[in-house]
Every structure is written in C-alpha cells, then in structure tokens.
Design a protein around this ligand. Structure first.
Ligand SMILES: C[S@@+](CC[C@H](N)C(=O)[O-])C[C@H]1O[C@@H](n2cnc3c(N)ncnc32)[C@H](O)[C@@H]1O
Length: 269
C-alpha cells in the first residue's frame, strides 16, 4: 500500500482511506489527518474563553456548534475540550465540566471516518457524529434541521470549517465553493473557518497525478485562486451577509483562522 501524503505534500504512513486505495483521499478524507496536522496547532491560536466572549449573556439553552468535515473527530473533541476550558492533561476535570453547555454536531462525507469518530468519542452525550455530504442539499436539510429541532432551534451558534474549503472547491468548482460558503453562512451566527492556501491545491493535484489518477474535475477551471483567505473573506462579506470579526493568526503551516459573524440576527432563533 502506498503511504498516504498530506495536503501539503508531506509524506505520512497510515491506513488506506475509505474511498480509494493508495492514499488518494479525493475529499481530503485522510485517515490520519490529525497525526500530521495536530489539533493543538490550530487551537493554540484560539482563546479558551472564546465562547463566553462571543456569547456573554446568559442563555436559556446550550450553545450549538456544527463541525463540517470533522474527519475522525480528533479536532472536534479537542475543540470541545478547549472551548469548555478543560485542562489538557487533567483527566478528572473532563467529567466534572457539564456537557450541557455546548453540543456539537460533527459531519463528514466519509462513513469510515465517522464510524471511527463514534467509536472513540469521549463525549458521546455532547458530540454527535453523522455521515453527510454537506453539498447534498436534501440530506443536509434533513440532518441539520432534525438536529436543531431537538433543541427548538433553527440555526447553530457557531460553525467550524477547518481545512475543508479546498476539497469542496476542487470537487465542486467555483460555484460549489460559493454555494458551500453561503450555506454555512445561512446556518450559523459565527463561522470559524480555516481555508487551505493555494499551494495546497497544487500539491493535491500533483498527488493525484502521481497516483495515476485524473485531475480533480475542476482544478484547471478554477478562477477563484491565489490568496484563498482573502477570496473567501470577499465571498462571505460581499455575498453572504457576514462580517469579518477577526483573524486569529496563521498556523505554522500558513493557514489563517478567520472568524466571521452573520449580519442577520440569529441569536434568538
Ligand atoms: C483535511 S480534512 C480536515 C479535518 C478536520 N476538519 C481538521 O481540520 O482536522 C477534510 C475533511 O473534509 C471532509 N469533506 C470533504 N468534502 C466533504 C463534503 N462534501 N461533505 C462533508 N465532509 C467533507 C473530508 O472527508 C475530510 O475528513
């Protein structure tokens, strides 16, 4: 079996992904993603008190989060711990923090990754995992609205979209990326997004060619290119009624962590 290779073109040993043998991972569904892009690299940029800063007023119910493209759940779990202020190495603390303050729905297109996430979840009461192709409007509507209705809600408080935009863009083209961003914007009050830089697109296309497969359907026809953090900011702020709240900086692997807020009032929904 060929060794899987990361989005940045670095080598990595690991098991085959569920979709194609040999590590092609056409959706970014790498089975060992968190091994070569550890959650901590992203989380150290995020204030642990983020949720109380964003939602200072007392609320009747819990905060609801949506993690799109959760892979096998390592980042979702780490985010959950980080945002609830759990001590990193203090295992006893894990149980004492009430799970009722934050609920996460985490979805991924790859059922094998979701299976793994479910099996290893330390917080099954608070973090739910589901297989979903977020670009499938019918399936998305069914899953998201049934989840939200359990809490009497119609939108999420915060959506996480970490290292997913490139895969949507490569597989669905410019119009798919715009639809995706507009869909996320319509589902939440805050959107935390980590776009892959353009160099990752080239690395992903190169990897596919090396594996003897055809290019991504849309790679050569993409007109949205270059500074992807800037392009995505333009789409969200000009076409999706969002405003940029802040950029938490860039990871050592050159990815910005951007926080947007909806200009539409969703907090009472
Ligand atoms: C590079 S991984 C990022 C994983 C995780 N968010 C992180 O940052 O650690 C991208 C994930 O997006 C998922 N993905 C790609 N296209 C998707 C789609 N259309 N619907 C849902 N998930 C998708 C892949 O299966 C993969 O697990």
């Amino acid at each position: 079996m060929a060794a899987p290779v990361s989005e940045d073109g670095k080598g990595l040993r690991g098991e085959a992904c569920s979709f194609l043998p040999g590590g092609a991972a056409p959706y970014g569904n790498f089975p060992d993603y968190s091994r070569f892009h550890p959650p901590e690299w992203r989380l150290q940029l995020l204030p642990a008190a983020l949720l109380s800063q964003l939602f200072p007023s007392p609320r009747a119910g819990p905060l609801l989060g949506l993690d799109v493209g959760c892979n096998s759940g390592e980042l979702s779990t780490a985010l959950y711990r980080h945002l609830l202020g759990f001590g990193k190495s203090d295992a006893s603390h894990m149980c004492s923090v009430p799970e009722k303050d934050l609920y996460l729905l985490c979805c991924d297109i790859d059922p094998g990754l979701i299976e793994r996430a479910k099996k290893s979840s330390p917080f099954p009461g608070a973090i739910s995992y589901a297989t979903l192709d977020i670009m499938d409007a019918g399936a998305r509507e069914v899953l998201l609205s049934s989840y939200l209705s359990r809490f009497g809600r119609v939108a999420f408080d915060i959506c996480f979209c970490m290292s997913v935009t490139m895969w949507i863009h490569l597989n669905h083209g410019d119009s798919g990326l715009v639809k995706f961003l507009s869909c996320l914007a319509s589902q939440c009050t805050y959107l935390l997004i980590e776009p892959q830089p353009w160099k990752c697109y080239r690395a992903a296309a190169r990897r596919l060619r090396k594996l003897g497969r055809n290019d991504f359907d849309h790679f050569r026809s993409l007109t949205i290119s270059g500074n992807m953090a800037e392009e995505i900011t333009q789409i969200l702020t000009k076409g999706c009624a969002m405003e940029l709240v802040c950029c938490f900086g860039s990871t050592s692997w050159d990815r910005s962590l951007l926080l947007f807020k909806s200009k539409e009032i969703r907090s009472l929904l």
